[in-house]
Design a protein around this ligand. Structure first.
Ligand code: FES
Length: 197
């Protein structure tokens, strides 16, 4: 037998074992180093996966109605009036009370003062804020001149749908009645009414 062949066949298994031992040591060492980092990253990013809207004026309300104003503060005259929508916003690090998250138009009926209708003040075209033109008795969007009637129906302009209505409930709170709105945002620029999130 040739001497070189003999030494090569006896050395290879030992080298392979040595390599595998080193590889296993490096692999387990890397895993051990990464484990705390991965666990910490999960803790850090977990709050980001949670909802940032935490209260809607009433924490016990699973439908997330937001309190807007006392019923008596809205005249029963069939005229839309704009109100800010505010709620607490929180994540694991911060809590900000009463942050403005949007605006709504509320109209209280002359015939039935307990009847209130609500529209989001966001234009369904591209998201500008609409105004109510009292002289014309219509809503208008100043950005690209979409017009809507008092019932939110589209009259003219580039918007592909009418104003987005929002569910309203009148909540009794001791001696006062409060107007609450289920506030939602909708996708802009499309004919269908599609809630975001
Ligand atoms: Fe209102 Fe364009 S955003 S008409």
């Amino acid at each position: 037998m040739h001497p070189d062949v003999s030494s090569a066949t006896s050395a290879n298994p030992a080298e392979r074992r040595s390599f595998l031992v080193r590889f296993a040591a490096v692999f387990t060492g890397t895993l051990a180093a990464l484990f705390p980092f991965a666990a910490g990253w999960g803790v850090l990013t977990d709050p980001l996966r949670r909802s940032r809207r935490t209260t809607a004026g009433d924490n016990s309300d699973p439908e997330k109605f937001v309190r807007i104003c006392p019923l008596d503060s809205l005249p029963a005259d069939d005229t839309p009036r704009e109100f800010a929508v505010s709620e607490d916003v929180a994540d694991a690090w911060t809590h900000s009370a009463a942050q403005r998250i949007g605006a709504v138009f509320l109209t209280r009926s002359v015939k039935d003062p307990n009847l209130v209708v609500a529209f989001t003040a966001t234009c369904p075209h591209l998201g500008c804020s609409v105004d109510f033109d009292a002289a014309k008795n219509e809503f208008k969007c100043p950005c690209h001149a979409s017009w809507f009637d008092k019932n939110g129906q589209r009259i003219s302009g580039p918007s592909r749908r009418g104003l987005d209505p929002l569910p309203v409930k009148i909540a009794s709170d001791k001696d006062t009645k409060e107007i609450c709105v289920q506030f939602e945002r909708f996708e802009a620029g499309i004919a269908e009414r599609k809630p975001i999130g």
